[in-house]
Design a protein. Structure first.
Lengths: 466, 466, 466, 466
């Protein structure tokens, strides 16, 4: 009742309270610093709610008009940076409602009819998360496009494929980069699934039990573009599964970025020397003048940690909470906002880093020339001539041991020496000892051979244009 | 080459090594204690691989037959507990292969043609996780059925709905239990999505780069019932996303069970007294003869912790791993097996606990009779008579404060007194002050009113029979 | 070399770079938004470093004087809010150094002699963490004082002690609150240990290998009040153990606060009704006028989650980082600052909440009157008369079952009935069936009896005044 | 009362229960599979408890003798593998007590006088953790000894020190390895602090409130070698801080091992080639005959993940648990046992791996010869001749850029060219461009210079023999 004046009158719940809230409590339990960024979502939801209230005859058309105009006016104020935010009003929702009442008088107090902050904040989070999922998807697609372009340019660039960080078999750089393309594709699919579960409207659940007003939540959901309603009001206000699922998707994106970041850090080391990053994407040292540090790649590797922390924090928050709403749920926001922001910017910068980096195909090719990487091909050679693979492997292993003891490549072994390890060895084996040949032979589906990589690129193109 | 005899000969990779592996290393890096349980999946995969090798002419039909018979024989040995497991053979895969060679001679060594342990272990994990997802789904459905039955029996049982663990508004027990039904429904949908992403076959990826043998992985995938192949071999052997996604689904199931467990612990406390658990589902104290402890509910609450731990462990494991395979990936198994087992048994026992528990509807109804829970209805009463909701809330708040100061229920306030708080208060307000009426009024979609609960039950029935 | 002008000239490492840093990279890798709060620590460290450089003849006394005056001037600017922070200068360290050079000319560039950002930032973190540990200790002591006062006031207030949230045995409120006192005491001891390990100075480690200048780090450590130096420069710049250890201490404080918060939430529920929180420490509902929500207690319970998340984040960040410095370490700050802030304010508000809450001793006493809580005493009665405890427990259990089946207290059982369960039961047992007597009997060390509680209070007083 | 016979009679709490426990509940809530390994600790505690009961006249000397003999007999049975473990008896405690009663008759039932499972299990965990801390300390010391020996052997072996995985400045291998020595030293100190907090006895706390029997817990603590008693019985049974603190120490050990593991994986890669691991500490590939995989180092890197998971699990378990004992606490054991086992064996194998690995000093020296690592020394050269360090850094940076553009070392730049970057450059600078000279110059405390490393070795020796 604004006519009573004073700060207390703005609070939505002062009636039964004799004493003012302690300022430290306002600071501790208030969330304005964090949830202010939900103002657009909050107003969007309130507009739809107000229109529905009028359609259902719960408020008059004139009241609805006033509310709508008031809210639009508030949106302008906020955008212009002129909105008088008041910490003592706890959160973004109450700031906007109190301002509405200031602007249009007591009928502003009708906006909250048939609504509670519990379903209101749930609605805002649904709108926000849905938007963030789309923003993540767009950035993932951007990164995929960068990977695709680089892959397309490097179908003939060879480098060692590694397992256990030991050189294993030669692969093409296209093949290596496409592995990341498909990781990020899974991330996009996972997000699309999370989006479906986010796309449910909680408004109308009230505090926890629904409302006695003749609301029409289906029409509100339609206006806000939701795919459906929650089935149960207690679930609707108590649920943050959609937030934690989105954080999990972000955590896996973080994992993929960290793997890419780690490889770029390795490849930028002198010892590998496979990549040259643009000056604009590296920084120097305050003390060592020669340093050119792959700082962006390092942070791509590091950032996953923050997202893991947020995920753990949110899971822990939800654990063992009784139904329905508890204030613990409010702590979802700082964790979520920080983690999603961290992933979004990481995706952007990963894209730019890739686009501007130059792969040193000479260094890669030189490393791939190490013919120990072709030992599998030697064993396969024997196997294809009838030797059981285990025998072939053992014989080749001995050949490798001999060459290694001499510090020489495999091709330096004499055919006669090879024959001592297995009778099926002959001169033909020398012909297979080129990395290009080895790559070309791996023409099975999924493999690094040209046909397979072409098919992967084709699939990637389709996915990018889906 | 088995003819060389000795322990070393069984190892799949001894050729280039001069020294024996240290026994502590065998223990440290071996995984037999953990991965032994994958024997069925491993044999299933090997059978399909052997048949394909023969179809493609890579091995002869006779060799394939011998391998198939050998593997079937091994399966019988393992089932009968007669298989000679050997720790020094590192893992389940090498135990089975070495045994096969013992049984059918050198041609057993042809099974590993065109295959690596890297894609083999990935295949086994895909088969295992796919099975586990189905097992989780079945148990979730069982728990949903128990919730459905209890809900159906309690559509007229009232209890206080709580927010902030303070009594908020009356709800029906059916409504409260259905909130859990829909949480677990989301879990099932999430698992179904994870299953789609698990249902991709990695076999054929080889060590990391594909193979030079003319394999036909598509036919293997068909035989093993997979929905498709990985697109990229490096991704195929480096990927554990499907495992961590399944663990995440399990973690959210854990969250839901922990919320249910917490509520059951609360409700079993004397102070609530809302539930009486069966003797068979509680235990006593070693010292306090009167105790009947809700131990099952406590562990339902606790178990989520282990799953969170496994999830964190696996995410951390994957962070910053370069491509393609690294032995770190082997540590996925103890974490995963333990967590999924913990969730499966928790779902079973939660079902049994619910089925055997008796809800004390008298105690619940008595608690719901507290008419402060109807303050919202009083405010709505004013609002529906034209008062802005904020005014109505404030006036009702003052009425509550007055009644509380007297230690009396709201219905003990005189209409005249009420009028001093708001002119729209009249005798009519007294008629709304029954919890049954309040529940009945909440007839909006999602609400606790009978129509909404009936619709929820109908939806639940459909989902159970889908 | 400032004479060159332009933005680039301010950067500490531009020499070998041809291109400007991309603005997105500046945003992504810069840390000014976060580390700005370390300005006092940074200046404190620089002052000590500059003085040492002069003492060792590495710079002239005049240069040192100019640097000191410049830094003091900068401190004044920052305090007054007049410092021109520049995001493009990456971090707090470079902002201050660049400003120093602006103020005092090229000799400002001598401050960084024999120092690297790597040891500089490590130093700042040590100074900051040391301070935070002290701040946490002070707040813990404040909370302990509040617990002590409440305990002192409630040595005769009885309530049920719970295990498994079932009433177990009567205890005094003093005893219950003192359990928390001693938890927080362990936190203080743990922090004191962490402080010892924080109290080591890294300055002088340079980038990673020490320096060729004739520095005297021992005198710097003395000036900054450090207990000692790191032994090894690579360890000194790569180490964040002291940060993660402090976060762990904070996480355990969070656990203790969450347990206290949970109990206060329970006790504030109508069903318990053991505590009445001050209006100033609760808030209402936007929709339910009767609600008085224990929001502070809920957030005390929730906040631990954020600290767990930060701890996980930091551990994950450090995992598998090669020596010595990597930019990943920079991400320690947002996690640490947020978590420590969250715990500090939680401690403050927990103190205020306790001080202003009223315990409802009437409700507690009524709950403690439930004489099933004395079943242990009945069994002990038998045991003290020679029955093996197991027999005594079984006989008492049967007595409880009989009384429960009648819905009556234990004292309503006739002595003759009791005798049927065990011959050693006689009228004497009725005398023990008062909660006060039961509490008084528990006079063993640690117990809830008056002597033990008095000793605990005495110990608590000593610890508070230590 | 054993005379009643039947399975139920063995249960310590059957009196008030009408129905048998469901077998699934026995499996779900029982902990025998896990806590069986605490049998020694359990018997040790029971022996001390029984002797005290007799000393205090609570049981007779004859009863105590029988109990002691019975327990000693049980210990022999367990050691011999002849103990009849019964899952239906829930846990190790009840198995031992039931067996005692079988052996010595009803007086065995007197052992549990003045004791509850709550303080009993707490006691066992204290005894176990204390032992594990000692076991960890011993293994840490072993690893430190290996580092010390390798360091002592490599005081003159140069390699590049890295920051951001870019070559930064030359260091000695001794210096690099000693960084790890001091990390593990902090771990030992941290464990020693945790041990002090573990070394408090909870026995005597009873279920939660102490006991009415005239016990003497101080004498029990003395017999069991504890440093003191808990002050408060509720805290004593509810506390698992000492477990989680030990897990945290283990997590940091895990971090340090993971950093070492990562470096060894890097150094074993062909691109670095700094280390040659013994055949006995590597394994091969099932498909690639040339592979020699650093599997031990990989698992050292990976294992931290499991410990992080356990730590998160345990923290989450404890969060928001009300006082005093809750069954959730039982879940501490699988997490703790697994994590501590994982760290213990990792420490052992890390020691063996280090001892058997050969550092390739030739490869290290060759990498250190890259004279860009001496750019800091060039800048210091200018600074020591009066140039502000910032000027010196900038000038050197330009020199590096010029050399890099030519693909030449710094020493290939002509003095005249250098002079164009800064007038203070002269021929003298060429003399400093050797890695040995650079290392020797870093003679400041903590640095990589010989004097500092000698002092570090001396300190390390003292710490090893402390």
């Amino acid at each position: 009742m604004p006519s009573e004046g004073g700060k207390g009158s703005l609070k939505p719940w002062g009636g039964r309270f004799a004493a003012e809230t302690d300022p430290l409590v306002v600071e501790y339990t208030g969330s304005l610093g964090t949830d202010r960024r939900l103002w657009r979502h909050d107003i969007m939801g309130s507009l739809a709610h107000a229109r529905m209230l009028a359609r259902q005859g719960i408020i008059s058309p004139e009241e609805a008009d006033a509310i709508v105009r008031g809210l639009e006016d508030i949106a302008r104020e906020i955008e212009a940076g002129e909105f008088p935010w008041r910490t003592e009003l706890e959160d973004v929702h109450m700031n906007i409602e109190a301002r509405l009442i200031e602007k249009i008088g007591p009928s502003g107090g009708k906006l909250h009819t048939a609504r509670s902050r519990n379903d209101q904040v749930a609605l805002d989070m649904h709108l926000y998360i849905r938007e963030e999922i789309d923003a993540l998807d767009q950035r993932l697609k951007g990164l995929q496009a960068a990977l695709f372009e680089k892959a397309r340019a490097h179908t003939a660039s060879l480098l060692p494929g590694y397992t256990h960080l030991q050189r294993a078999q030669p692969v093409t750089l296209a093949h290596h980069l496409l592995a990341y393309f498909f990781m990020f594709q899974r991330d996009r699919e996972r997000l699309a699934d999370a989006r479906r579960r986010t796309d449910m409207m909680p408004l109308g659940a009230g505090a926890l039990a629904g409302t006695s007003f003749p609301i029409d939540p289906v029409s509100v959901a339609k206006e806000l573009g939701f795919g459906g309603l929650y089935a149960n009001s207690m679930d609707a206000v108590a649920d943050r599964d959609f937030v934690v699922e989105t954080l999990f998707c972000a955590a896996l994106i973080g994992v993929h970025l960290s793997r890419l970041g780690e490889e770029l850090v390795l490849w930028a080391a002198s010892e590998f020397g496979f990549v040259e990053m643009d000056d604009a994407y590296t920084t120097g040292s305050s003390i060592m003048p020669q340093k050119k540090n792959p700082v962006v790649a390092e942070l791509l590797r590091a950032r996953a940690s923050r997202v893991f922390g947020a995920l753990v924090g949110l899971l822990t928050l939800l654990k063992a909470l009784p139904l329905a709403y508890n204030l613990d749920l409010q702590e979802d926001k700082p964790l979520t906002f920080d983690a999603l922001d961290a992933v979004k910017v990481s995706l952007e910068i990963a894209t730019a880093l890739l686009e501007t980096s130059k792969f040193r195909v000479d260094r890669m090719r030189a490393a791939a020339a190490d013919d120990y990487l072709l030992a599998t091909d030697m064993a396969d050679y024997l196997a294809s001539r009838g030797a059981p693979f285990r025998e072939a492997h053992l014989a080749t292993g001995k050949a490798v041991a001999l060459a290694a003891s001499r510090g020489l490549p495999l091709r330096a072994l004499a055919p006669a020496e090879l024959k001592t390890f297995h009778p099926a060895f002959d001169e033909g084996v020398l012909e297979i000892l080129s990395p290009e040949a080895a790559v070309n032979r791996r023409s099975s589906p999924m493999g690094t051979g040209p046909g397979s990589v072409k098919a992967q690129l084709e699939l990637a193109r389709r996915l990018l244009h889906a």
